[in-house]
Design a protein around this ligand. Structure first.
Ligand code: PLP
Length: 426
């Protein structure tokens, strides 16, 4: 498939190119295993001397086709699907780091990723320093240590929808000789392709807009192939030194720009699992086929809702990067010129009690923990995900007690505004 094709065409066509007589639609290869005729044929697969399928935990044609589509959309050399976005983040880190290593990450990232980096990976001996992503370069650089192995951030943070200055992060990471990993879940490659701004590896929770219909939890890792692991061979022994679990094969030497994803697939998937079911990947692919149509509609609706909330007398504040008075407006114009995403947050003048009353009054806008699918949904973190915290603790955690997170869907804007108005008033 030509790399020159536009994202809209890649959404529909990339990843699966059937030959004569083969199914037009990507089939679900719902099989754990694949048949061979001689034991030598299979031995070559186990030695990574030939490529081919043998066991779905390592590779499966349905999963691979969808990974290839996402890699094409992001402009990467290769991709790998995982069973969740959390697994994509974990695999990315553990494919680069080992006990004794260190990470520098933006602090205002998705709570699950924050826990992964601050608690679970710490137990495995990998430390993380969290930094303010808006701090000047000379401040952020101070967080780096001789054992720092990667830098991490989200293009658009969840739930704050803060826009990351990706070029700044890339400059810092590369000046320190480490790759930049960007979670691009919220904008998707339709609105931003971080590799074009200097990111080396891109991760996704495909659970969100990519699937788009809230049917399947999933994740994806895409490698740009641009980071020169060999230049820092001492820092990255896992990629640049022989792997005893693969007969002493060295990933960078054997696979060049494919080293990162080959290692993640053949070593980490083998040892840790976390593959998506081919059926879920099939559903993800159906979602991807309309991603380029859904994203502009999410963005258009979200901007209209943000503007409507802004002029509403009952509303205390609105946070959406496409509003002209938003702190991230200029960065949004640079990195997200066609729109950011459908997620925004706002607070009501009546505070926490009013937030609860409004949430309970919606008609089709539903209370769910999920964001970023076709249906408009809402969550009040102080009553749900953060309900164990006091108002003071909430403020410390960066979640205002009155904060309502709204994930604007692709219904007709008049109906979304009508539901908001009958619940909030004017
Ligand atoms: N990254 C971001 C930005 C997210 O919003 C989420 C989930 O909300 C994740 C990663 C984790 O993804 P998953 O829920 O698919 O494991």
């Amino acid at each position: 498939m030509s790399e020159k094709l536009k994202p809209e065409t890649l959404c529909v066509q990339a990843g699966w190119s059937p030959k004569k007589g083969e199914p037009r639609v990507l089939p679900i290869y719902q099989s754990t295993t694949f048949k061979y005729e001689t034991s030598e044929q299979m031995a070559k697969l186990f030695d990574l001397e030939e490529s081919g399928y043998f066991y779905t935990r390592l590779q499966n044609p349905t999963n691979d086709a969808v990974a290839a589509k996402i890699a094409a959309l992001e402009g990467g050399v290769a991709g790998m699907l995982t069973s969740s976005g959390q697994a994509a983040s974990f695999f990315t880190v553990i494919n680069i780091c080992q006990a004794g290593d260190h990470i520098v990450s933006a602090s205002t990232i998705y709570g699950g990723t924050y826990n992964l980096l601050s608690v679970t990976l710490k137990k495995l001996g990998i430390d993380c320093t969290f930094i303010d992503q808006d701090a000047p370069e000379e401040e952020i650089v101070k967080a780096f240590q001789p054992n720092t192995k990667l830098m991490f951030g989200e293009t658009l943070s969840n739930p704050g929808v803060m826009v990351l200055d990706i070029e700044k992060f890339a400059r810092i990471a590369h000046s320190q000789g480490v790759p930049l990993v960007i979670d691009n879940t919220f904008p998707t490659p339709i609105n931003c392709r971080p590799i074009e701004w200097g990111a080396d590896i891109v991760t996704h929770s495909t659970t969100k807009y990519m699937d788009g219909h809230a049917t399947s939890v999933g994740g994806c890792i895409v490698d740009s192939g641009n980071f020169d692991w060999e230049q820092y061979a001492d820092k990255y022994p896992g990629l640049c030194e022989p792997d005893p679990s693969y007969h002493g094969l060295t990933y960078t030497k054997a696979f060049g720009k494919g080293a990162f994803i080959t290692k993640a697939t053949s070593q980490l998937m083998r040892d840790l699992g976390a593959i998506p079911s081919p059926h879920n990947s099939f559903l993800l692919n159906i979602g991807l086929e309309t991603l380029h149509l859904r994203m502009p509609q999410h963005c258009k609706n979200a901007l209209a809702v943000a503007k409507w909330l802004q002029q509403n007398k009952k509303v205390a504040w609105v946070n959406f990067p496409e509003l002209e008075d938003n702190k991230y407006y200029e960065l949004a114009k640079k990195y997200l010129p066609n729109g950011s995403c459908g997620v925004l947050s706002f607070g009501l003048k009546g505070g926490r009690e009013e937030a609860i009353r409004v949430m309970d009054s919606f008609k089709f806008i539903a209370i769910v923990t999920h964001v970023a699918d076709a249906r408009t949904s809402v969550l009040h973190p102080a009553s749900h995900t953060h309900r164990q915290l006091t108002d003071e603790q909430l403020v410390e955690a960066g979640v205002a007690p009155d904060l309502i997170r709204l994930s604007v869907g692709i219904e007709h804007i008049d109906d979304i505004l009508a539901d908001l108005e009958q619940a909030i008033g004017q």
